[in-house]
Design a protein around this ligand. Structure first.
Ligand code: TYD
Length: 370
């Protein structure tokens, strides 16, 4: 089977035993036929990646997905257990830092690579920055090299609004200067800069999405919302950093996954697209909503703890560029939060095993002294 070819304007053509799209095809035809492709998703056992795979397989009936995942602590096979029997879904255990594993995952022809594989938790990056540099920078580099070598027609880097640093006023646009302030966001910014360098230097057809804070079912219980929900369900206190007046914009995970799909299929190579909900809240407001929904009390269940070092006060992005592609979030925050709480209530078998072993060690290291 020959490698896919990339044509100006983003038309993807594959020869061999999968469908071939004529050179003259219009974008719309390509999109209509996108079902006959094979995509490599990296880090697809994680939170946003697993929702993306589920959505893509559902919406593109002929699409095949190869999921390359290192199965680190946040890569959970349970997230896609039900897809194991699907013949359009293939799982490979492997790390994006390993060129051999990446080459194997690309063997047989791949039309697009979507990189979700990353270390993502700011607090862990403060405790152990090196893992972030390895995955988020070196891993991205290894993927880019493989994509360039095999002339893959699309590479989408899933990034974060945290690369812009804290935004005390206004909103970051895609051309706002990067000013990351945590080891995590600095690593992601390093990855983004490499991706854009491959466009400038080699014309590797890259795209970047920068999403805001994301929440929903299947999120590892170390981030604010799932940590607080699971603690509250367990009648445990929740550790609120500093004055709790830090501001984040919250996007429901399915809306985020849809945004990535939209950019992958309609975005213009070499471009960055912000994906924000435009629905900002303070951590204190979120905590109050969660405490109330779980029938607990602020006095009894909120532990005010020392602030995070270098804590970014506020993030806010302008996502009109992605909206111009036809994407917009559909799930209001109250609805998404209710869905999320109800999911954690009903899926104790999913999160209880995670809150043991390595997690307890991390929790102790992270919170005991605060
Ligand atoms: P988090 O979910 O870690 O996402 P990010 O740091 O990438 O925005 O945290 C969201 C906000 O919640 C952030 O301002 C830090 C705060 N936070 C707490 O107050 N307590 C906690 O235990 C955690 C994990 C986060």
């Amino acid at each position: 089977m020959t490698a896919p070819r990339f044509h100006a304007g983003g038309v993807i053509c594959r020869e061999g035993n999968r469908q071939s799209i004529p050179h003259s095809s219009k974008h719309s035809q390509v999109r209509a036929e996108a079902g006959g492709m094979r995509w490599l998703v990296t880090g697809g056992l994680g939170f946003i990646g697993s929702h993306f795979i589920r959505l893509a397989l559902h919406e593109r009936p002929g699409l095949e997905i190869v999921n390359l995942d290192a199965m680190t602590y946040a890569g959970n096979p349970e997230n896609l257990r039900d897809l194991q029997a699907q013949d359009r879904y293939h799982f490979i255990k492997g790390n994006i830092e390993d060129p051999k594993a990446v080459r194997e995952a690309l063997a047989g022809g791949t039309d697009a690579v979507i990189n979700f594989a990353a270390e993502t938790h700011v607090d862990r990056s403060i405790l152990d920055p090196e893992a972030f540099l390895r995955t988020d920078i070196l891993g991205t580099h290894i993927l880019l090299e493989a994509v360039r070598e095999r002339r893959v027609a699309r590479f989408l880097q899933v990034s974060t609004d945290e690369v812009y640093g804290e935004v005390l006023q206004g909103e970051s646009r895609e051309d706002t200067a990067l000013a990351p302030r945590s080891p995590y966001s600095a690593s992601k910014a390093g990855g983004d800069l490499q991706v854009l360098a491959y466009w400038a230097t080699y014309r590797t057809p890259v795209l970047i999405t920068r999403g805001c804070n994301t929440y929903g079912p299947n999120q590892y219980p170390e981030k604010l919302i799932p940590l607080f929900i699971t603690n509250l369900l367990d009648d445990q206190p929740v550790p609120l950093y500093g004055d709790g007046r830090q501001i984040r914009d919250w996007l429901f995970v399915e809306d985020h996954a849809r945004g990535i799909m939209r950019v992958l299929e309609h975005g213009e190579s070499g471009n960055v697209y912000n994906l924000g909900a435009g629905d900002s809240r303070t951590n204190l407001q979120i905590t109050q909503a969660l405490v109330q929904a779980c029938a607990r009390t602020m006095e009894g269940h909120v532990r005010h703890v020392a602030d995070r070092e270098g804590h970014d006060r506020r993030y806010a992005i302008d996502s009109s560029k992605a909206r111009a592609l036809g994407w917009k979030p559909t799930v209001p925050f109250e609805e998404g939060l209710a869905t999320t709480i109800s999911w954690y209530r009903k899926h104790e078998e999913w999160w209880r095993p995670l809150k043991s072993g390595e997690f307890l060690q991390y929790y102790q290291r992270q919170y005991a002294h605060r």
